[in-house]
Design a protein around this ligand. Structure first.
Ligand code: NAP
Length: 260
């Protein structure tokens, strides 16, 4: 999506993917800077490690405790986080969800689940329900929210009544043999009008399919990926990201050529 965007804006830039062993991350960042890279994106497990390797942390990286975008400037390596905003931008644009005041059931308390839950709390959802296989991780997030966003009601486990959104932030659904992320004995699709699955490959997980069949509005995580990338593009280039170009390139890359 970045290379398509560079081409669309006539920028003679190039985005490449490099696999870096975590033990070499500091050297890799210094090397990219020395070679004149404008910036980098980082993914798991580098996002947390890089926090201590930046010369400057943008407020976004400080707030979410992770760096997914680096910009090399005269101030040195500046670390940003563009993931958190991408979650709520995608929810608003794709599901037309009004985040403020909403009741949300979040499945998963890994890196993505934590960021999404804290971001929803920061945007003043009314109530959050957290479900995670490892309960202690959900408890840690709940404690963070109680400390930083005391107006947000938070509980562990499934809600008794309805919610406005169910958000799957577990990795269940990446593989065809995966179990469902939601326990249908404890929560029925009729309890929510909307379901978001952060997984985008496959385009429709069995969970998302079941939700759609039950009448829920459903969206996958592709545009979350798009929006974190678009924000990174703007940080590096100082130009507005050509979103339709990036979306199309992303869809073609992930799902194959789109018939026009
Ligand atoms: P992670 O830190 O490894 O967390 C994985 C989550 O899935 C944890 O909550 C984990 O529960 C749960 N899980 C894994 N296997 C499970 C199983 N067998 N049964 C029950 N729960 C299980 O990964 P992450 O970075 O948060 O990513 C989570 C998902 O979000 C992935 O599918 C990833 O592809 C997707 N994602 C999408 C985007 C996007 O741009 N669309 C961005 C980031 C992530 P435990 O805590 O109990 O281990």
């Amino acid at each position: 999506m970045h290379n398509a965007a560079f081409a669309a804006l006539g920028l003679n830039w190039c985005y490449v993917a490099c696999e870096v062993d975590p033990k070499n991350l500091r050297t890799a960042i210094a090397g990219a800077k020395a070679m004149g890279f404008s910036g980098l994106n980082l993914t798991v497990p580098h996002k947390l490690l890089a926090v201590d390797m930046m010369d400057v942390l943008d407020a976004s990286a400080k707030k979410w405790g992770a760096v997914n975008t680096v910009h090399f400037t005269e101030r040195g390596a500046v670390g940003y986080n563009t993931d958190a905003d991408a979650v709520t931008t995608s929810l608003r644009e794709d599901l037309k969800i009004k985040v403020r005041g909403a009741r949300v059931l979040v499945l998963g308390a890994g890196g993505a689940g934590r960021t999404a839950t804290l971001k929803l709390a920061s945007e003043r959802v009314a109530e959050l329900f957290l479900v995670n296989r490892t309960r202690s991780k959900a408890e840690t997030i709940a404690a963070e929210i109680e400390k930083h966003y005391p107006s947000v009601k938070i509980s562990l486990g499934y809600p008794k009544g309805g919610v406005d959104l169910v958000l799957n932030a577990t990795s269940l659904g990446l593989k065809p043999e995966d179990a469902a992320p939601l326990d249908l004995k404890q929560f029925k699709f009729k309890q929510t009008p909307a379901v978001y699955d952060m997984i985008y490959r496959p385009a429709e997980t069995p969970f998302l399919h079941a939700a759609r069949m039950a009448g829920c509005k459903t969206v996958n995580g592709l545009s979350m990926l798009l929006h974190q990338g678009a924000k990174a593009f703007e940080i590096w280039t100082g130009r507005a990201a050509p979103l339709p170009v990036m979306r199309r390139a992303l869809e073609e890359n992930v799902y194959g050529p789109v018939q026009s």
